[in-house]
Design a protein around this ligand. Structure first.
Ligand code: MN
Length: 351
């Protein structure tokens, strides 16, 4: 999906970068994008961006590490204030992404790579990064990041030859994600990202040198925390899914599921629900006592349209949201949840 020219440009940026800093989206697609590029040049530091958009607050990482290059991976929105700061110190920026972003929001000085600009079809940032570096021994990482983002790249057939025991025959990314051993690798990374910072750092270091997916699947002292987090989250996920499935029985088109607790796992719940109920519109809402905001994850046909309409009609204060046509994320104030729910029901045609 990248042109030959784009591939050589990205490679050149990577080779020029002596001490790059990578900001990546806090999910397996973002993480695998970073790991692929880092393993190619064997240098650089990476930070997951937990609260999108990328804003000025992340600038302290730049002050801390004094990089000579900034890479932004799998992040759809970067605030102008962030670029203003970068401009002041004249740092080169490379931004690789697959979201359908407004081109006018990308400053001229940014090296922007996104074959999907103006289009929206399945893809992943991981796959773009793999296309750029094409290290065959890391092909499995390209699969992990891609299936996590609901995308099966064409190299999946090559993956079959290399790792037949991790493979299942399917063209459906979520079917692979939920039924294969490479899917387990994806879940392990996903859960690992939800751990506390010291453990996330440990996992990233582990991934920088791991030799195969088997070293991830096998529980060792090097990846113990990741496996433990996986157990904990899986247990919760199972419980939430049972509750959501119960609820789904009573609704025609829409599943609106709310949950709380100390771990946000809306994307995981909504992806699972989408897999279980492919025809339905799914909204999963996470609201915890400690936060005045609720995190929302939406899945289903044209769900972005629904969210846009809800935002238009609801006119919520401090609300943010966006994503792909069939998968969105949003954040609204908790106090707006009843109104949000009502509008969703109305617009999704449930009432
Ligand atoms: Mn992505």
């Amino acid at each position: 999906m990248l042109t030959q020219k784009q591939v050589s440009e990205i490679k050149e940026h990577l080779n020029n970068a002596q001490n790059p800093l990578f900001f990546f989206d806090n999910d397996p697609d973002g993480l695998c994008s970073f790991i692929l590029l880092q393993r190619y040049i064997k240098r650089g530091k990476g930070f997951p961006v937990k609260s999108s958009p990328l804003d000025k607050s992340y600038f302290r990482k730049i002050n801390e590490f004094n990089p000579d290059y900034i890479f932004i991976l799998d992040i759809p929105t970067v605030l102008e204030e962030f670029f203003e700061e970068i401009k002041k110190i004249n740092l080169p920026v490379v931004w690789i992404d697959h979201h359908n972003t407004e081109k006018s929001k990308i400053p001229d000085f940014v090296n922007y790579y996104n074959p999907l600009l103006g289009k929206d079809f399945p893809s992943s940032t991981t796959y773009l990064c793999y296309e750029a570096v094409k290290k065959k021994e890391d092909l499995w990482l390209a699969i992990v990041g891609s299936i996590s983002d609901n995308f099966v790249p064409e190299i999946y057939t090559e993956f079959k030859k290399l790792y037949p025991d991790l493979f299942i025959e399917s063209t459906n990314a979520f079917e692979i994600l939920y039924n294969s051993r490479i899917g387990v690798v994806a879940h392990l990374l996903d859960c690992g990202l939800k751990d506390k910072t010291t453990n996330v750092v440990k996992m990233i270091k582990f991934l920088m040198k791991v030799k195969s997916p088997y070293e991830i699947l096998e529980k060792t002292s090097e990846n113990l925390e990741m496996h433990e987090k996986y157990q904990i989250i899986n247990k919760k996920l199972k419980k939430f899914l049972e509750e959501a499935q119960e609820q789904a029985k009573g609704s025609d088109k829409l599943i609106f599921f709310e949950y709380g607790g100390d771990t946000s796992m809306s994307a995981e719940i909504s992806n699972s629900l989408k897999y279980l109920f492919p025809g339905k519109i799914i909204f999963v809402v996470y609201a915890s006592e400690s936060n005045s905001f609720a995190n929302i994850s939406g899945r289903g046909e044209n769900v972005k349209n629904i969210l846009d309409k809800v935002f238009q009609q609801g006119n919520f204060e401090n609300a943010k949201g966006g994503g792909h046509e069939n998968a969105v994320g949003a954040k609204i104030m908790k106090s707006d949840l009843p109104k949000f729910k009502e509008l969703i029901k109305e617009i999704a045609g449930e009432t």
